[in-house]
Design a protein around this ligand. Structure first.
Ligand SMILES: CC(C)(COP(=O)(O)OP(=O)(O)OC[C@H]1O[C@@H](n2cnc3c(N)ncnc32)[C@H](O)[C@@H]1OP(=O)(O)O)[C@@H](O)C(=O)NCCC(=O)NCCS
Length: 187
């Protein structure tokens, strides 16, 4: 190859390559385990739930005795996936349902499991006016989940968590809100 030809070739090689076409976007939703049953937690679940709490919430995890109180406590509903890959707990007082916990094992996420747990806890809440929860501003996954599940931010609690981060108070209105005279407009 002559000098001109080899210069041309060198320039061609130096040119930025055309970017590869983006890979087709696959749905991020993982296949749902068809036979997964959502059921009330029982005391035999305590060891597995304590381990999962620790894995998901670290320093803020409930210990076994607190989890037992949540399973047995008044006004509580504690549901689990039967393979214990996820769980959720609410406490109802008056017309308010507090979502105290919802958690899914990392490898089971984005398959709709938290949504199924939440749906189970929403059954028979027609007399309540709202479901409330607190979530750290830095918990992007939970925020994404709650927004997708019709919760909206109604308040901020500064220095709420052990690490000093603030909590957002989020609310999902329930059918009973329409019958509560004190409920303000929420549309
Ligand atoms: C938050 C959490 C419970 C969600 O569980 P999940 O089983 O993955 O949720 P789902 O599969 O039902 O997600 C339903 C929708 O919520 C939204 N969502 C869920 N995870 C999300 C994320 N990481 N980022 C953005 N949006 C998200 C999406 O819209 C999702 O629908 P899609 O998968 O079709 O896009 C899970 O990430 C978790 O256990 N986190 C650690 C524990 C925690 O922080 N709990 C909340 C505080 S108590």
């Amino acid at each position: 190859m002559d000098r001109l030809g080899s210069e041309r070739r060198a320039r061609r090689l130096a040119r930025p390559r055309t970017p590869l076409p983006a890979a087709p976007r696959r749905s991020r939703r993982r296949p749902q385990k068809a036979c997964l049953v959502i059921r009330p937690a029982v005391l035999a679940d305590l060891p597995a739930l304590t381990a999962l709490e620790q894995e998901l919430f670290g320093a803020d995890a409930w210990n076994e005795s607190l989890i037992r109180q949540e399973i047995e406590g008044p006004g509580r509903r504690f549901v689990v996936a039967d393979d214990l890959s996820g769980y959720a707990v609410t406490m109802t007082a008056g017309d308010i349902v507090d979502l105290l916990r919802i958690g899914v094992r990392p490898e089971a996420r984005r398959s709709g499991l938290a949504s199924r747990l939440l749906d189970e806890l929403l059954v028979d809440t027609d007399d309540a006016s709202r479901m409330l929860l607190e979530v750290s501003v830095s918990n992007a996954a939970a925020l994404g989940f709650y927004v997708a599940r019709q919760f909206s931010v109604i308040d901020v609690r500064p220095h709420y968590y052990r690490d000093g981060s603030e909590a957002l108070v989020m609310c999902r209105w329930l059918p009973g809100a329409a019958r509560t005279p004190t409920a303000t407009s929420h549309d």
